[in-house]
Design a binder for this molecule. Structure first.
Ligand code: ARG
Length: 461
């Protein structure tokens, strides 16, 4: 086993099991690019401030670039027995440059190093997630534009309730996703503060320039308190919260698609490329993608709880518990990206079975409120109209009729206010067309929503 860099104080080598237990390179190795970028900024600042010579600074930067190139080309493999990515890169630099390499860690600790690496890494990931969510929103808005007249039943308690359109339903998800986008942007803004230079916890006696490293790495400003700088993981929690909510939205949507794919609903049909078969039942076409998304939502929520629980009892400043942040946040980020990447093309290739939606809307008395409202518009108080319509629905059920096919005599037997106009008032098309209150399902209102959503998407781009 290689000598640890901190070996000076110790009289023995670390136990093999402890070394394996302690090592994080298996999961933090993925941050090598960000670690090297942070080190290049640090070495640049050390040289400029005269803390190390300009010559050594230049050699270190060249050395780091060489290591990056070699990892990228595959010429250099990460050593799985290294303690973490930070130690690995520094050890490799020293192997290549000798004493010069040993000067890199001046005025720095792994505590501020890991904090800056993780922020840099997650900033890239958030940008990627936001681009994927924007693409998904774009697909949904396009689909909505094609379905402003596609009538379907709206549900409460999973019971047919009132008529809406498929566009209206899709747009509900668009608004959820736009809020997600805003939340990611918000989390991202707080991620743009730079902990580099906070040292182990108490800053440093060297005359460093933290503004300079912050600028070099594209942060907004250095973090104001060195203790906070190394112990803050709010940005992981916030990002994970935003991901949990995004997954909650995808999961609810997935649940609906699962229902819609069933023979009981048959509102949509997934493209063959986005469904799977059964090993025994030849007739099966299963919506596995949506089920997996629903399942992975639990996993991302688990990651969020891992992070919150890990942090809640930690005294300031750094504690090794915090090494557990990475597997949780990486797992969440990886899975969220996979989910959105699969969900978007699955949606855009999904066939919408308009006739089935309309047939479902035509049964289940979803125009009953409209029938009551018709009486109200003729002067009857709503509660009375509600009661009469309820009685009419009960009569229909008994006779195997719908409100559309119930004879006018039956209507008039309940109230003189009824005449032939009632059939027009309760037709599905009227019911949808007339629901033009702001945010309602009427085609013109949904068109307005689409325009608003497009503007919001633009604003959040
Ligand atoms: N691998 C460590 C982590 O991920 C890096 C920081 C180690 N700092 C320390 N004082 N042991 O948290």
């Amino acid at each position: 086993m290689a000598d640890m860099m901190w070996a000076g104080r110790f009289s023995k080598q670390v136990d093999e099991t402890v070394n394996a237990f302690n090592s994080s390179i298996a999961f933090d190795g993925r941050m090598y690019r960000h670690d090297i970028k942070g080190s290049i900024a640090h070495a640049t600042m050390l040289g400029e401030c005269g803390i190390i010579s300009q010559e050594d600074s230049a050699k270190i930067i060249e050395g780091l670039k060489g290591i990056l190139g070699d990892i990228e080309s595959g010429a250099l493999e990460l050593d799985p027995s290294a303690e973490d990515i930070h130690m690995f890169v520094e050890a490799e630099l020293t192997k290549r440059l000798g004493d010069v390499g040993k000067r890199l860690h001046t005025a720095r600790s792994r505590n501020d190093q890991v904090a800056v690496d993780l922020r840099l890494y997650l900033r890239d990931e958030v940008a990627e997630i936001m681009a994927l969510v924007r693409e998904l929103i774009g697909v949904l808005i396009d689909m909505a534009g094609k379905h402003t007249e596609t009538i379907m039943p709206g549900y409460t308690h999973l019971q047919r309730a009132q008529p809406v359109t498929f566009a209206h339903h899709l747009m509900a998800y668009v608004w959820m996703l736009l809020r997600d986008l805003e939340r990611f942007g918000d989390a991202e803004r707080r991620m743009e503060m730079c902990p580099l230079g906070c040292g182990a916890l108490a800053g440093t006696t060297y005359h460093t320039d933290r503004q300079r490293t912050s600028d070099l790495l594209g942060f907004r400003a250095p973090m104001a308190n060195s203790l906070d700088g190394v112990s803050d993981r709010d940005y992981c929690v916030e990002l994970c919260c935003a991901m949990s909510l995004l997954m909650t939205h995808l999961s609810r949507f997935s649940e609906e698609i699962i229902l819609w794919c069933s023979w009981e609903f048959k509102f949509v049909e997934l493209d063959d490329a986005f469904a799977t078969g059964s090993s025994i039942m030849p007739q099966k076409k299963n919506p596995d993608v949506t089920e997996l998304i629903r399942g992975k939502t639990g996993r991302v929520n688990g990651d969020l709880v891992t992070l919150l629980t890990m942090m809640k009892g930690l005294p300031l400043a750094y504690n090794k518990d915090m090494q557990e942040d990475k597997e949780a946040i990486f797992d969440a980020v990886d899975n969220v990206k996979l989910c959105v990447k699969t969900f978007t093309p699955m949606l855009s290739t999904m066939r919408v079975l308009k006739d089935n939606m309309r047939n479902a809307a035509a049964r289940g008395f979803i125009n009953a409120t409209d029938c009551a409202d018709h009486l109200v518009k003729k002067g009857m108080p709503f509660r009375d109209a509600y009661k009469i319509t309820g009685t009419l629905v009960a009569q229909c059920i008994e006779k195997g009729l719908t409100l559309e096919t119930l004879p006018i005599e039956d209507y008039r037997a309940m109230s003189e206010l009824f005449d032939e106009e009632v059939y027009e008032a309760i037709s599905l098309d009227t019911c949808v067309r007339e629901r033009k209150s702001q945010g309602g399902p009427s085609p013109e209102e949904v068109e307005k929503q689409i325009a608003l959503a497009k503007a919001e998407l633009e604003r959040l781009s």
